[in-house]
Write a protein that binds this ligand. Structure first.
Ligand SMILES: NC(=O)c1ccc[n+]([C@@H]2O[C@H](COP(=O)([O-])OP(=O)(O)OC[C@H]3O[C@@H](n4cnc5c(N)ncnc54)[C@H](OP(=O)(O)O)[C@@H]3O)[C@@H](O)[C@H]2O)c1
Length: 294
């Protein structure tokens, strides 16, 4: 099995590249600036060079707030890019694993979203991801769309790394306490994708489609921040002594976010036997990696 990973320098992409060897999977990665998802010729060239059995799209425009003023670029990457990939996969006769987001939902539900709940995106990024899903569904039968949420890792920029930086600099930090979701380790998601990849060659028709994968358990950004600080104190001293819960309206952002976007992961457990760890457990593993590298 040989996989081509697009977006190989992102949080998820880097974890896929790191873990592939251990999973016994051959992997090649492409990313900006040499590889641009919005360019069908780049997709064709990369695929002809590496001849993958499976394509995993970890590339995306992920600047949720900036997307409100960069709609054209965001749509080109998150809607048109996956469509180009799916078109290539159809021609080449290979499957596509595409990654999407909990933000396709508007957050009005009070119980975890299932794969059959209809998307109702709130902002430009969310709409671009929902339309990217649709483009993949409409273009390629042999696709797997994995929706994930609140992704963090030792790589790049994310909420965990931001909180650790602020916790070292400030004594008081205010964090939004009325948005609920499921923190997800990019390392766990990569492991899940690689486990699934090994089974796709022999996949039966009913295995294709949308799946949810996120850390087990639901919290708020405030709850997430408190857990990050508690766990980090096992490795280092922090300046922060007070974490204050605030409302979404007290932390205005350009893009609206769903108030509740927990994902039900029952389908991936039933079809593939994949059960995400408790989010606190995965957070501990990532924090340990961050401090052992420091
Ligand atoms: N981060 C989250 O909290 C979150 C939550 C739910 C779902 N997701 C989804 O999970 C997936 C992985 O997210 P992530 O956090 O790993 O994202 P990330 O760290 O932002 O990585 C995305 C990668 O894609 C690259 N990229 C952007 N535009 C591209 C283009 N036109 N052509 C090729 N590559 C391009 C980026 O390059 P540059 O850095 O140079 O732009 C980056 O290396 C995405 O589909 C995202 O929508 C993320």
């Amino acid at each position: 099995m040989k996989i081509l990973v697009t977006g190989s320098q992102g949080q998820l992409g880097r974890e896929l590249m790191l873990q592939a060897d251990k999973a016994g999977v051959r992997v090649e990665g492409v990313d900006l600036p040499d590889f641009d998802l919005t360019r069908p010729d780049h997709i064709k060239n990369a695929a002809q060079r590496y001849r993958p059995d499976l394509l995993v799209n970890a590339a995306a425009y992920t600047a949720v707030d900036r997307a409100e003023s960069e709609e054209t670029l965001c749509m080109a990457v998150n809607r048109d890019g996956p469509r180009h990939l799916a078109q290539y996969c159809r021609e080449a006769g290979i499957p596509l694993v595409h990654v999407s987001t909990d933000f396709v939902f508007d957050g009005r539900k009070k119980t975890p979203y299932t794969e059959s709940d209809p998307p109702a995106p709130l902002g430009v990024y969310a709409r671009s991801k929902a339309e990217g899903e649709k483009a993949v569904q409409d273009t390629l039968d042999r696709h797997l769309i994995l929706r994930t949420a609140w992704l963090y890792s030792v790589h790049g920029q994310n909420f965990v790394k931001t909180m650790l930086r602020l916790g070292a600099e400030r004594s008081e930090i205010s964090v939004v306490a009325d948005q609920y979701g499921c923190p997800t380790s990019a390392a766990d998601l990569a492991a899940a994708i690689l486990a699934i990849a090994g089974r796709l060659a022999a996949a039966e028709n009913e295995m294709w489609g949308i799946y949810h994968y996120c850390g087990d358990g639901v919290t708020t950004w405030y709850g997430f921040a408190c857990e990050i600080f508690e766990q980090a104190r096992r490795h280092t001293q922090l300046k922060v002594t007070r974490v204050m819960p605030i409302a979404t309206e007290d932390y205005p952002t350009d893009a609206a976010r769903p108030a509740y976007s927990a994902l039900d992961c029952g389908k991936i457990a039933a079809r593939f036997g994949i059960r995400p760890p408790a989010w606190q457990e995965s957070l501990a593993a990532t924090i340990a990696r961050l401090y052992s590298a420091a």
